[in-house]
Design a protein around this ligand. Sequence first.
Ligand code: NAP
Length: 434
Amino acid sequence: MSDAIGVAILGLGNVGSEVARIIESSASDLAARIGAPLEIRGIGVRRVADDRGIPVELLTDDIDALVAREDVDIVVELMGPVEPARRGILGALNAGKSVVTANKALLAQSAGELAEAAEKARVDLYFEAAVAGAIPVIRPLTQSLAGDSVIRVSGIVNGTTNYILSAMDNTGAGYDTALAEAGELGYAEADPTADVEGYDAAAKAAILASIAFHTRVSADDVYREGITKISADDFDSARALQCTIKLLSICERLTDNEGHQRVSARVYPALVPLTHPLASVSGAFNAVFVEAEAAGELMFYGQGAGGAPTASAVLGDLVMAARNRVQGGRGPRASRYAKLPIAPIGLIPTRYYVRMRVADKPGVLATVAAEFSKREVSIATVRQEGEVDETGARLVVVTHKATDAALSETVAALADLDVVLGVASVIRLEGTQE
Ligand code: NAP
């Protein structure tokens, strides 16, 4: 058994307290797996007090001093927000400590800066818990699939929105009712903006795209739409089409006619056929569906948040970093060699569902269809749903693949037609072969 590995934990909240607990309760097993015991040297918090279930002498509010301590080998950052986490992590890396973090917001913004600091110091920087909590997805992408070529990663990586959308699907509730229920049950925060507007999912898409396609992708490169406009009527139409609606984080490698490759990273609510594996991921669960050239389809499923599940992923990284310290090396890291350009959303081909109210008159279908065909948007199906009344008829068009630019032009033209009383909803359709 080697000398003890000194660990500093930054943050003692939902995740940090579970990590500290498991380090203590599983001490002998962890020591046997690592080849050296782990010893917590200090825990960074805002409130240093003796009522926190941790010996008060371990607590400190001086993050800079804690990460620089000579007896600290590995820093586990679990504070959240970008600052002071960024400063703490850079301080640790520059002082030659390996770092484990779950901070998706920071990684989506500053992964390059952190990776360079880790590279310079020749230490590990691990972040399995930053995407999809307990679900192993970073390590499979960086290591297990290191010899394959990933084509596409589609994830349900935000539990709050998946809970809301599942509730809308199961109960027929509207968005506001489902959001209120999610808040009461603790699945949505008092300010749910980061979740329902897709910012959290976009940060995770940036991390997944960077790793899957060996390219630096930041949160600003990710096209983003949230779920706030999804209605009970959309779910009625989705059911009629044998689909459900999910907030997807999609990372894709696209090849144009000249063979040039680009990366697309995007987050939006999409219709997903009930036969697709992602359709059955309900409630607060997460899943990541990977398509690779040789491996084919892979699905990773489990708990995407919560103190204990997230701590499991953090502990996995901590054990890896500690083993590397004991053996005197570094683990494999994500590469950025491909440097692919980012594809703008206008170029992305997807299928669409367009729901509109139209006048109940002869010739309406032909007029509507003409607007699609003028822009080479090919229609797959047209359905009239529900009863016709004084407000017209509800028409649902599903297209074959078209670019976002062509579809946006079509929708603008439809809205100008006298026979179209209003375009109520435009949602992409993902997970079909056509
Ligand atoms: P949390 O419950 O809010 O805990 C944050 C902790 O950080 C608290 O102990 C707080 O100290 C400490 N802290 C915050 N700002 C600080 C500062 N300026 N100086 C010193 N300490 C500071 O957060 P969490 O839910 O455990 O999440 C931690 C990280 O894990 C975040 O990056 C989050 O995105 C990520 N994550 C969380 C989950 C999850 O399910 N919770 C899942 C995946 C990833 P006090 O206790 O003194 O206030």
